[in-house]
Ligand binder design. Structure first.
Ligand SMILES: [Fe+2]
Length: 466
């Protein structure tokens, strides 16, 4: 069934796809999220004025029968921050525009129809302009998010020793304490539970000591239903969303079916369940007020959900900024420069940004999205799901991404050997967690050398010794 939003699609180019639901939901958000005395609002500001100002930017439709007129009034994606962010949910101490993203609705299935193709192009246009899209959660997805969110709150409330025991020496899954993660040499204060592919110790890849392969150390004292099951159910759902988005991206790029999704057979999908302490409740080390420093993520897509507190900033693509995180670290780039956009939380939506492998695959036509997280006046919970190539995939740039518009970095096409995703992933985790037991064991046992073996560079291959 074609959704309401898709049936009202505008002609493309740089238009944003909007729906009556999108406009209503952003207007509602403006009134409830920003203007009702949220605890995150600094003292001395007038909440009612802020609510009125934001609300006036989004008109409710006069009637559901006149959608075309409203769609012709599509609002700019972002507005210059005139204090609205500070009045709202934007963490204090940041200078940024406030994103006003439309909400896209994905179809139940992508079959390559004309409307699928149109939606795909709209998604590409949005990513190329904003670096981020916002998609509606289905009622089922929203229920699963709520359950995973509740599970994460339960987990992070546990005593430190109980959380700290959730570590594995072979995988990077498990607990990361506030201040443990390093981005560009500076400690981040996010508190994290990382989920990677949960492999039994008897799995042949684990027995063969493949880097990063091992169990996910779910909290031992809890019933599976406390943490593992709700989080895994939600991640499974996001996996299906990721595949749908990849198919739409292929349509939007006008490349053959499977050009992207060929890499996600046995994808190395993983996730970070995140808690950010209130800015005045960190352990006092490092740079005050920082949740996560500027960086790009590693794979194809990052699908995220957040609670109502707010903290995410993205950096839309700029012609004058070039980076390639797989060649030279993009961590810390432009951290304190102008040009960041704050992404306010909108209930019932996911945001989707792009990772390094999407940039590489598309010859920079779709760039990885630099992002960072600020600490707010309240603790904040979020979950980032990474839809990734197989650990064993060797990625090669598409020949004709974006109908040839991506040829500006033709030099990448000369990297005939491609990028081995498992090596990129391992490099990134070793860089972020230099002191973790997993990094130390990996180095001590020379596991890194295994990454050049043919079976580790062939999707679905198993260790030759098994
Ligand atoms: Fe990230």
């Amino acid at each position: 069934m074609i959704s309401l939003a898709r049936s009202m699609m505008l002609p493309l180019s740089r238009q944003t796809v909007a729906s009556s639901r999108a406009l209503l939901s952003t207007a509602t958000h403006a009134h409830t999220g920003f203007g009702t005395g949220s605890m995150s609002m600094p003292p001395g500001f007038n909440a009612a004025q802020a609510s009125q100002k934001l609300g006036s930017m989004f008109k409710k439709p006069k009637s559901p029968q006149a959608p075309e007129l409203r769609l012709a009034e599509t609002k700019p994606t972002s507005i210059r921050d005139q204090g609205l962010g500070r009045l709202g949910t934007m963490p204090p101490g940041y200078r940024a525009e406030v994103a006003k993203l439309s909400i896209l609705e994905l179809p139940e299935r992508v079959t390559g129809t004309a409307s699928d193709r149109e939606l795909g192009r709209a998604i590409i246009d949005n990513w190329r302009r904003d670096g981020i899209i916002q998609i509606a959660m289905s009622p089922c997805a929203e229920k699963l998010w709520n359950e995973a969110h509740a599970a994460s709150r339960r987990f992070f409330q546990k005593p430190h020793m109980e959380k700290a025991a959730c570590v594995d020496s072979q995988s990077y899954a498990g607990y990361i304490a506030s201040g443990e993660e390093i981005t560009d040499g500076v400690a981040d204060y996010s508190e994290i539970f990382t989920v990677t592919k949960d492999l039994d110790v008897n799995d042949p890849r684990v027995k063969a000591k493949w880097p990063c392969h091992g169990p996910c150390p779910w909290p031992a004292s809890a019933k599976d239903s406390d943490m593992k099951e709700p989080v895994q159910r939600y991640l499974d759902r996001l996996g299906a969303e990721g595949e749908k988005l990849l198919r739409l991206t292929e349509l939007g790029l006008n490349v053959a079916p499977g050009s992207l999704s060929q890499y996600t057979r046995d994808g190395w999908h993983h996730a970070r369940v995140l808690r950010f302490p209130a800015r005045n409740a960190t352990n006092g080390k490092g740079k005050e007020g920082r949740g996560i420093g500027s960086h790009t993520d590693y794979g194809l897509l990052v699908i995220s959900a957040q609670d109502d507190v707010g903290g995410l900033f993205v950096r839309p693509p700029r012609q004058d900024e070039k980076f390639a995180n797989w060649k030279k670290s993009a961590a810390g780039l432009h951290e304190d420069d102008d040009g960041w956009v704050y992404v306010p939380p909108v209930r019932g939506t996911h945001t989707v940004i792009l990772g390094d492998m999407m940039q590489y695959l598309t010859n920079d036509y779709l760039k990885a999205t630099p992002h960072k997280v600020g600490l707010n006046t309240r603790e904040r919970f979020a979950l980032a799901y990474f839809h990734e190539p197989s650990f064993q995939a060797v990625i090669k740039p598409l020949a004709d991404a974006g109908n040839g518009a991506g040829n500006e970095h033709a030099d990448q096409k000369h990297e005939a050997e491609g990028i081995h995703y498992g090596t990129h992933f391992t490099n990134m985790f070793m860089r972020n967690y230099p002191d973790r037991i997993t990094t130390k064991r990996l180095e001590e046992e020379n596991r890194y050398e295994l990454l050049s073996r043919p079976e580790l560079r062939t999707i679905n291959a198993l260790p030759s010794s098994s």
